[in-house]
Design a protein around this ligand. Sequence first.
Ligand SMILES: [Zn+2]
Length: 281
Amino acid sequence: MGLERCGGCGLPVYVRLAARWNDDGTVTGRFVHSTRVVQIYSDELDFIFDGLAERIGFDINRIIVEGERKAGLAFTAPLLGRWRGLPGAVARNALVSRFVFGFVARAGKSAGFGDLRVTGYRRNELLEITVSDSFNPAILAGNTLGSFEAFARKPSRVSWERRADTVVITVEAGGWEDRSDEDRLKPRLPVVLPGRYTVERCPRCGMPADLGRRYDFDLKRGIATEVSSGRRIVTVMIDSLNAVFKELESELGEEVGDMIVALESDYAACVADVPAGTDDD
Ligand SMILES: [Zn+2]
């Protein structure tokens, strides 16, 4: 199993590093406590975003990227600013900054985003990530952009293209200086309902023992699957999804909310029609 997994329950250490399973039933980011994460089916997000684009009649990737950028920025900036900015000072150091993005790429693999590799890097200028078995590229690109901006402390732009079986995401500094209205989209947290969440925990790492049984993490490929159905799941920040939906709503109008609800029920109906384990690509 090596160092990347808990010797007790087999969960990837990055899952534990990234999130804390609280006794009130919520899951929060370990470092930035206002962040909450959730496991969601990978194809569910594709279904909703593709469905929205089809109904509206134009490409919504730019809006998804913008929502994710703000969420990524909101997540990374406080992280780098803790302890009087010490983590930021260390992380931005010329010698370690490339390593930091390597760490982030590995965390992304544990989250099930695909096999991410940093394939190009110039400090504060350029970041290129090549992804095999990529999760939704617009989400990934937006999030990478937000983290890069928090890191480089300047507006940047992102693009991506499919090359054979991979997606190549490129972030370059500059170009978006005219961007305004930075606060229009503050990620909003769902209400925390008080409750008790007493589950059997792994004696070694303290994570719920059920997680290791319910999900299978292929750390080499960066693919996580639900054991019972064989379906791919990803671990995402709730704030980042809310940020995208909020961005869609502010750009396209409130009808977007109704469309998402309709698409969700279409999706649920589709999934119910497919026997477990056969809808995986
Ligand atoms: Zn464990």
